[in-house]
Design a protein around this ligand. Structure first.
Ligand SMILES: [Zn+2]
Length: 467
């Protein structure tokens, strides 16, 4: 690694490529290639989504990539929010299309015409579906791997309910699901309500899950939106109630993206490279044989260890490459963030032991062959837990309670400040600090005075520079 993490932006840009996650040389701005190692991590995350959303009775679907302009234009606010970000398909071969098509920037306008065909009666509700697809946004700002891209690997869950209250219950369930995801990915976060001018186009309100990167800038990594009937009316999604009347459904969405991987890279990595949380690591343990002498015996024993670990459902890889030194291999797997390294040399074989090295603390542990499988299992869960605790502590340090505009300007992390909630004071805060209100914590704080107008309030605004 050329850059250290103190130089966060350069470090990040370097590590995503050198650790084998992506190749950035594709000749379209904001579109990178997923390389095998990066794609495996993302697939592990996706597969966990399939598992957890399945437990909560969501079903996976897959919608077409193209949306007709006529469907896209049904919800006015939604169009205004996205019209300068969409890629258009205007031709089929040499013929100009009668109805232009767009590449989905998100899938409301692809899905909801179908919802109006699928939903007939109260018995069809709730409808809970999700898909994992790529979406496209015409980004004009500087792009950054996983964080701001033109082609984005995207997760979106869409639900439809009988009443507003049931849709509210869904959002509570979304938060419950999110908490499990956060533990799995070891990502610290705060849930905020977005300011009115910053909500999803077409939503009644939006909640954002925000994390803080080592640069002090915030990264929105998940969103929950309450649509109420804002989409069901223009898309005519109605159901027949028990009393024979027709009613429009209430809808919600839950969105996440490859930004989650960006957060994992940024939050957990160090000067040596990535640190991947054991629960989503494609390789949890890498075996590096130390084959200065007794090569045949050591390799044979290493294979035996690999097979034993596989049988215990530990994701293991044996690095038996001939033309690299152990030192090079250590460096290589540290860069890729494999949580545990297992070393085995002739001396260890004599003593009936293996050497384990933690990626997170770099602690070296000697353990006997009788106990090593159990020890690895407990170390993997210790590493996961340690990553969660450490990341939360570090994020806490980057959120500071302040009570003046001056302090917000000076703070290079997140400032928590009292705000009366008015648009006028909110815009003023953003203007004076040249930062953004990324949202307000959903639980209100202690009483204080609005930093602009002085009015007493319990409402807090988080002010920061977001990615
Ligand atoms: Zn105010």
């Amino acid at each position: 690694m050329e850059f250290t993490k103190d130089n966060f932006s350069e470090w990040y840009n370097e590590v995503v490529e050198s650790a084998g996650l992506v190749d950035k040389r594709y000749p379209v701005k904001g579109m990178h290639i997923w390389r095998p190692y990066g794609w495996k991590i993302m697939q592990n995350i996706d597969n966990y989504f399939r598992e957890i959303f399945g437990e909560y009775k969501h079903e996976e679907v897959n919608f077409p990539l193209l949306v007709p302009e006529t469907e896209f234009k049904k919800e006015a606010e939604h169009i205004r929010g996205f019209e300068d970000e969409v890629f258009w398909v205007t031709h089929g071969g040499l013929d100009e299309l009668d109805v232009k098509l767009l590449l989905r920037p998100t899938s409301e306008t692809a899905m909801y015409p179908m919802f109006s065909l699928w939903i007939r009666s109260h018995a069809d509700l709730p409808l809970k579906i999700f898909q994992i697809v790529n979406i496209f946004r015409y980004e004009t700002k500087q792009t950054r791997t996983f964080i701001r891209m033109r082609e984005v690997h995207f997760f979106e869950a869409h639900t439809a309910h009988k009443t507003f209250e049931e849709a509210e219950e869904q959002i509570k369930e979304d938060i419950e699901i999110w908490k499990k995801i956060a533990r799995k990915l070891a990502i610290p976060y705060r849930i905020v309500k977005k300011a009115d001018w910053d909500k999803f186009p077409g939503a009644i309100y939006s909640l954002g899950v925000e994390t803080v990167m080592p640069s002090g800038r915030t990264l929105q990594i998940a969103t929950f939106h309450q649509y109420g009937q804002n989409f069901s009316k223009p898309y005519d999604i109605k159901y027949l109630k028990e009393d024979g009347e027709h009613e429009y459904v209430h809808q919600t969405t839950f969105g996440m993206s490859e930004r989650l991987l960006g957060a994992i890279v940024g939050i957990h990595g160090d000067d040596r490279g990535l640190i991947i949380p054991p629960e989503i690591a494609p390789i949890q343990v890498v075996i590096v044989p130390i084959v200065t002498k007794k090569k045949k015996e050591v390799l044979k024993e290493s294979k035996k260890i690999r097979d034993e670990l596989r049988e215990s459902e530990i994701k293991v890889h044996l690095d038996d490459r001939d033309n690299y030194t152990p030192g090079y291999k250590f460096y290589d797997w540290e860069l890729r963030g494999v949580p545990l390294r297992l070393e085995l040399g002739p001396k260890d074989m004599e003593k009936g032991q293996v050497v384990l090295v933690r990626r997170d603390t770099r602690e070296k542990i000697f353990v006997s062959r009788e106990e090593y499988v159990e020890k690895i299992k407990s170390l993997l869960s210790e590493i996961q837990e340690n990553m969660i605790v450490k990341a939360e502590e570090e994020m806490k340090k980057r959120i500071r309670e302040v009570d003046s505009i001056e302090e917000i300007k000076e703070n290079d992390g997140v400032s928590a400040v009292h705000w009366c909630g008015s648009d006028e004071c909110g815009h003023k805060i953003e203007e004076l600090t040249e930062k953004k209100i990324i949202g307000s914590p959903i639980n209100s704080g202690e009483k204080g005075k609005c930093v602009i107008c002085g009015k007493e309030t319990e409402k807090i605004a988080y002010v920061a520079k977001p990615y």
